[in-house]
Design a protein around this ligand. Sequence first.
Ligand SMILES: CC(C)(COP(=O)(O)OP(=O)(O)OC[C@H]1O[C@@H](n2cnc3c(N)ncnc32)[C@H](O)[C@@H]1OP(=O)(O)O)[C@@H](O)C(=O)NCCC(=O)NCCS
Length: 168
Amino acid sequence: MTVANTEIRVQLRKAVESDCEAIYQWRNHEKTRQFIFDSTIISFDAHAQWFTKTLKNPQRVLLIGEVNHLPIGVLRFDFNEQKQAIVSIYLVPGEEGKGHGSELLKSGNHWLASAHPEITEVIAQILPENTASLKAFEKAGYKEFSREYHYSLHLADEPTRGAFYESE
Ligand SMILES: CC(C)(COP(=O)(O)OP(=O)(O)OC[C@H]1O[C@@H](n2cnc3c(N)ncnc32)[C@H](O)[C@@H]1OP(=O)(O)O)[C@@H](O)C(=O)NCCC(=O)NCCS
């Protein structure tokens, strides 16, 4: 992966145990859940268990983006055996529409190139109606690669959103 050496506006740090509560609030916020693959409300206990496991998981990294030392969003990378990182992003509610999304993604790719040089590609799965996300990823240099269509055999059900990978 080639990462352009532009000025970094969003600083990243790894999430730590004391971020558990704040991340729970951001992840469960209505604005965040609207477009993420698993849009259900998570209980605090389930989140806390997931959070502790995540911090210990060598195949996953959770990063907090900060501007002027204040948190603006969360990035997650899940590594697979094909040397790819699956990226997930959401902003701290209230921080949307300021350009933070694309800057957070760019910082994430810089961080990956330096902390995980073995990773060759970053992949995002974005719902087609999530215009802000599509634009943010494009501004950060991502290119559309394929479109996946789902058909539900149970006609009363919506096609499933969470089929690709564990999203929380
Ligand atoms: C997706 C997300 C990270 C984007 O962050 P952001 O800071 O708003 O993104 P940016 O400002 O960098 O870019 C968004 C672009 O979309 C535009 N936009 C925002 N909302 C829009 C909407 N409803 N319709 C059309 N365009 C929209 C913005 O104007 C901006 O374009 P511009 O730079 O040409 O003005 C943020 O909206 C978010 O956290 N959403 C909830 C979680 C989520 O959807 N995560 C992604 C899952 S794949």
